[in-house]
Design a protein around this ligand. Structure first.
Ligand SMILES: [Fe+2]
Ligand SMILES: [Fe+2]
Length: 214
């Protein structure tokens, strides 16, 4: 019991660095270059720029939530058979986080002020799902990715036609998130019932509405 408590504290301390890096938008690096690299920034009107930044801020907050979800999960879930796959997915989420941050800077905007709130909530949900079972934990990843993919498709339609750089980032993210969702289900994740998915959608709507502006 005592040993277990020490290892939990150790884990919490080792996660603290990642938490700070994620929320401070500093010190993270992507393994893959941004898909927008080498593309010219297009001329956007002031209102197009504000809209594109709002959408990219929402996507950035989604990636902050992904970091928190994986960290919460890593704390409690066993996931012995899929640990490598999950680590690979977590690294890809880090790429997404960095790409969105860079794009927001290029658009002259900022990350959401509410990120700490969403971080805390996602961390708690990830840890709770992991504590229940790996099947629930992986199911939670799959249901979340399904939601994220729906957002990304919607944002790809909503982005200004000229904003090629943001489009390229979201296209690569969509490809990655689809794969993450599929592999979570393949690894034994539960297919969440519709009412639960609907409840998750309501929370995610609240997140998108607030992060778009704040
Ligand atoms: Fe992601
Ligand atoms: Fe993902």
């Amino acid at each position: 019991m005592h040993k277990r408590r020490i290892s939990l504290v150790d884990k919490l301390i080792s996660e603290a660095d990642t938490v700070l890096k994620t929320l401070a938008s500093r010190g993270n690096s992507a393994r893959r270059p941004s898909p927008s690299q080498g593309h010219q920034d297009s001329r956007l009107s002031a209102s197009e720029r504000v809209h594109a930044a709002g959408l990219m801020r929402v996507n950035h907050t989604g990636e902050v939530c992904a970091q928190a979800l994986y960290q919460g999960q890593a704390l409690t879930a066993k996931l012995p058979t899929v640990r490598d796959e999950m680590q690979q997915a977590a690294q890809e989420e880090l790429d997404h986080l960095v790409w969105c941050e860079e794009r927001l800077q290029e658009l002259g905007s900022h990350t959401s002020y509410l990120n700490p709130v969403w971080y805390g909530m996602s961390f708690a949900l990830g840890a709770l799902a992991g504590a229940i079972s790996d099947k629930v934990s992986l199911g939670f990843v799959a249901a979340t990715e399904e939601r994220v993919c729906a957002h990304l498709r919607d944002h790809l339609k909503q982005l200004p036609e000229e904003d090629r750089k943001s489009q390229l980032i979201l296209q690569q993210m969509l490809e990655d998130e689809q794969r993450h969702g599929e592999s979570a289900l393949k690894a034994g994740g539960a297919n969440f019932p519709r009412p639960l998915k609907d409840a998750m959608s309501s929370v995610s709507r609240l997140m998108t509405r607030t992060s778009y502006r704040l």
